[in-house]
Design a protein around this ligand. Structure first.
Ligand code: IMP
Ligand code: MG
Length: 186
């Protein structure tokens, strides 16, 4: 079993309750695909997934859009102590192309304090893309420390630490097909 977890039972017991089901996510992805198609109206786009958390979101979104689309990845790591953000954001892998000729759509898993996307957006805007939109799967507005708002947010959630559908706790649970509340109690 994984290093800091003793049994499979204990591992699974940290999944407190499902807060967004697989079906709800699927329906929201369909809606966002239609919205992207409407906004770009046939113009080609570059989807940029913020790794690691948004890799699952990207894989679903890229399969529902019908405008011509390319994909790129960027790794922004926000450092956590347990389940609390330290405020330190590092870009550990950059987009593999010049974005100045692209309509860029950033896909993020969750906006918490807002620091990660605030930094990422500032940096990408300075590269003069044709346009830049931010789409987040989840939003925890009550946790904001910097003023940041996504253009599209699929689900607004209370201040829970969540796992699944790309989101992790200690690198685990990203593979769950739903979003669940993590049980932080020891
Ligand atoms: P921010 O910079 O505080 O907005 O944090 C954004 C990043 O922190 C996200 O991209 C996630 O990787 C991570 N994060 C924030 N809240 C959660 C959570 O509830 N579960 C898992 N990861 C989270
Ligand atoms: Mg993330």
């Amino acid at each position: 079993m994984v290093s800091n977890i003793v049994t499979l039972e204990e591992f699974n017991s940290k999944i407190k309750r499902v807060i967004i089901t697989e079906e709800e996510i699927k329906a929201a992805i369909k809606r966002v695909g239609a919205e992207i198609d409407k906004i770009y109206d046939g113009r080609p786009i570059l989807l940029v997934s913020i790794l690691k958390g948004a890799f699952v979101f990207m894989s679903d979104v890229c399969r529902v859009v019908t405008v011509p689309c390319e994909v790129s990845f960027m790794c922004a790591k926000s450092y956590y102590e347990g389940t609390v953000s330290t405020g330190i954001v590092k870009i550990t892998m950059d987009i593999d192309k010049d974005i100045s000729n692209y309509h860029v759509v950033i896909l993020e898993d969750i906006i918490d304090t807002g620091r990660t996307l605030n930094d990422v957006v500032k940096m990408l805007k300075s590269r003069n893309p044709l346009s830049l939109h931010v789409i987040t799967l989840l939003d925890k507005p009550s946790r904001r420390v910097v003023d940041f708002k996504a253009d599209i947010s699929l689900f607004t959630i209370p201040d829970y630490f969540v796992i699944g559908y790309g989101l992790d706790c200690g690198e685990h649970y990203r593979n769950l097909p739903y979003v669940a509340e993590y049980d932080s109690e020891i």
